[in-house]
Design a protein around this ligand. Structure first.
Ligand SMILES: [Zn+2]
Length: 268
């Protein structure tokens, strides 16, 4: 007697070639050969450790990742990074160059050599400004760093976001950051950046850059007499465009409209 074979189970719909689900972790970031060219350059100016490629969840992730521990100054002094910062190597290199060539020399003229940086954030898979459902932050790509107060060799603490810090010093550091990074957000940009400086290397169309860090007057009287700036609502346009005064070598990037385009409403 012929026993009928059990009917083959239908394939799950998800396995159908036409309806295959997206993988939970998208293979966006391939592992790179180590050391990368960037890592070889970075080894000359910083202390860091190699980190594995980051993939997911979702669109988060990065390749050529390092954990930045310190920056070697031209005089061989080490400026420590506390806590250490997980960044894509090109971002770590940009930070190291900024500290070596701009922040460090400006700080030495101010009072005492730079000793350490305080980081308030580096790689983190999240939406911009920690908002749920927001577009992915450059922090989720290993492309951004949040900088808090810095410490000098004599023990002093200097907060770049405070009016009490000498104005010309803050302006010098801000201008240098805006030449090196495609996004700089500080006090005056929005309420999220009132107490730290965000820098990143976001790639945007038409060379669009953001340099939004108000260098406010240090006088105590100014704190009282100047009305508080109305916070910039999420998704609204900022009115600042300090970049117009900063990059004389790239006039095509200094047009005000390049600083507050509608397609780039949010940041961080
Ligand atoms: Zn940030």
């Amino acid at each position: 007697m012929e026993v009928p074979l059990p009917r083959a189970k239908p394939l799950p719909v998800a396995n159908s070639p036409s309806r295959a689900p997206l993988p939970e972790v998208l293979p966006l970031h391939d592992a790179e050969a180590w050391p990368s060219d960037c890592a070889l350059r970075l080894a000359e100016i910083a202390r860091f450790a190699n980190e594995p490629t980051l993939n997911g969840p979702g669109q988060c992730g990065a390749s050529d990742v390092v954990r930045l521990e310190g920056i070697m100054m031209p005089n061989s002094a080490l400026v420590t990074v506390m806590p250490t910062a997980t960044l894509r190597c090109p971002m770590a290199e940009a930070v190291a160059q900024w500290v070596r060539n701009d922040l460090g020399p400006a700080m030495a003229e101010l009072e005492s050599p730079l000793a350490s940086l305080t980081t308030h954030g580096s790689y983190e898979c999240r939406g911009r400004n920690n908002a749920v459902g927001a577009k992915i932050s450059e922090h989720g790509r290993g492309n951004a760093l949040d900088l808090g107060p810095v410490r000098l060799a004599n023990g002093s603490i200097v907060d770049l976001s405070k009016r009490s810090t000498p104005r010309l010093f803050r302006q010098r550091v801000r201008d240098a950051a805006c030449r090196r990074f495609t996004t700089v957000l500080g006090p005056g940009s929005d309420p999220y950046h009132a107490e730290h400086i965000h820098v990143d290397l976001a790639e945007r169309t038409h060379g669009y850059r953001m340099c939004q860090w108000d260098i406010r007057e240090p006088e105590a009287a100014a704190e009282v007499s100047i009305p508080l700036r109305k916070p910039v609502a999420l998704g609204s346009r900022s009115t600042d465009c300090q970049y117009t005064t900063l990059n004389s070598s790239s006039p095509s990037r200094t047009k005000p409209e390049n600083c507050t385009g509608r397609r780039h409403k949010r940041r961080d």
